[in-house]
Design a protein around this ligand. Sequence first.
Ligand SMILES: Cc1cc2nc3c(=O)[nH]c(=O)nc-3n(C[C@H](O)[C@H](O)[C@H](O)COP(=O)(O)OP(=O)(O)OC[C@H]3O[C@@H](n4cnc5c(N)ncnc54)[C@H](O)[C@@H]3O)c2cc1C
Length: 552
Amino acid sequence: MSKQRIIIIGGGFAGVFAGQAITRLLKLRRGNTDGYHVELINPTNYFVFQPLLPEVVSGTINAPDAVSPLRALLPGVHFRMAEVIDLDVAKQQITLLQGSRRIPQSLSYDQLILTPGQRTDTSHLPGFAEHSFTLRDLDDAHALRNHVLQCLEHADITQNPELKQRLLTFVVVGAGFSGVETIGELKEMVHRTLRYYPNIQSEEINMILVQRGDRILPELSPQLAAYAQTDLVQRGVDVRLNSSITKATAYAVFEDDGNRISTSTLVTTVGNGPVQLATSLPFETHRGRIVADIHLRVKGHKNIWTAGDVAAVPNATTEITPATAQFAVRQAQQLAHNLIAELQGKPLQHFDYTPKGSMASLGNYRGVAEVFGVRISGLAAWFLWRGFYIAMLPGFATRLRVALNWLLDYFVPRNSVQIRNKPAGSAAKRLYAAGDVLFRPGQIVDGLYILISGKLESRSSDGTFLRVIKPGDHCGERSIETHHVTVGTLSALEDSEVLVLKREDFELLYQSLPVLRQYFHSISDNTYPDELRSASRNESPLTEYLLEGQEK
Ligand SMILES: Cc1cc2nc3c(=O)[nH]c(=O)nc-3n(C[C@H](O)[C@H](O)[C@H](O)COP(=O)(O)OP(=O)(O)OC[C@H]3O[C@@H](n4cnc5c(N)ncnc54)[C@H](O)[C@@H]3O)c2cc1C
């Protein structure tokens, strides 16, 4: 008998806790999966503990301690590092991109769990995509931390007062949990590292928190939010309520009343939107989230389940649950229970959860919390917040490391090292030996290939010879232009040196320079037969996916 295939898309709070609960309920262990195949798919091989990201930025905890390897977290679950791009409900099949060449593959499922979370979508705000920092993954935390340290280094040596003011102005948009925790940690980080920057005075630092509503922390009671605001203001944070940032440029951001704030640092914690996959699925949505029923099934679908930030889940009343880790975890556990009950022909249970409380850290050993209706603030709330997260962290070793980091942070100065990653250039040379295949049919072209020396050969999918590519010739542009996978094979006839211009950078140039577009159009028209050109232009899930990514 073939195994029941349970596929989980997304390895965040909801996906990981669902996977763990399913293996627990089915008593699956590594190497022993009985009649079930449980598989989790995620684009990275680690789980991100997002609430700790502001602390990675400030250097309170080490970056590796805010993430955990998914394979270690999920014994009994098969892990696949890939990105799901499409779902065919009728065929019970998903399409994904995997491997370094991101080759499209199909995978069938009996039960599907959708937990891909949300992303920050600022596409409606001019300049945000180019000039704002977001905080969802480790890369984001690294980038923001390095940038802030870069601003301090630069501000310490510049003789230009206007530039100095811009470098020392930090703006955070959104005063929910993540915005408040981010500004609190930024403030603490800058404050504690200033001793190393003799030319910067603390009065020169501007920390601005911008909130569209009339209070910060709408998730908490007005009293605790007021406490948090007073605390931040007393520490020198400029809290601007009933305001929003409508535009960002390389040198400034603009409030909705037209006020210009000169800054090099804009962090956005607003604009939660659906991940690209969720926008393309044929399901009912509520404000971009997939509508679930009370049993955590996607509305109208018996074998597709959903939980976490991506899901609009009704909770007891018709209210939709908020996008928090607390809810993601509870939903995942309930979902796992219901899915197994469904497979075993048992009754399902409604999702109904009342949060026990909420808390936020304000930095500087202060916090606010509301637990079982009791409001706590200051140091006690800060301890409670830390204790809660220590308990939630996956694995004893991680808990111990984070606890030690927090303890040490109290006694030793902050680390102000700016760790630079070697920048990945737009263009890089690659060497291929005679006989090497650069592309096979069905692959995504990763860039424009320009031959420097040697000889390449292009053949169609049935092996028909198409052309020889000589030094100075290029290829790959047609697949990029049509957003399609390769339809032929490209191989090296001799040892060859190739310059590869990264796909995203080539696309930017292609879109911005009409003369380049004309050039490539004429080359395409003169080089390829009609049928090959039109074959590339056929729509496919991949074409739609890539095109969608383009428009955002
Ligand atoms: C800075 C910050 C601070 C926060 N603080 C708090 C807090 O104090 N308290 C609280 O309760 N909540 C907090 N949250 C919110 C909390 O982190 C989220 O609610 C929670 O992470 C949601 O879990 P999820 O599993 O739904 O999504 P995520 O944790 O975002 O995980 C989704 C996963 O799916 C993957 N994925 C996406 N698309 C695909 C695809 N096409 N194919 C395969 N995989 C895919 C993603 O890469 C990701 O790994 C905070 C969030 C942030 C960003």
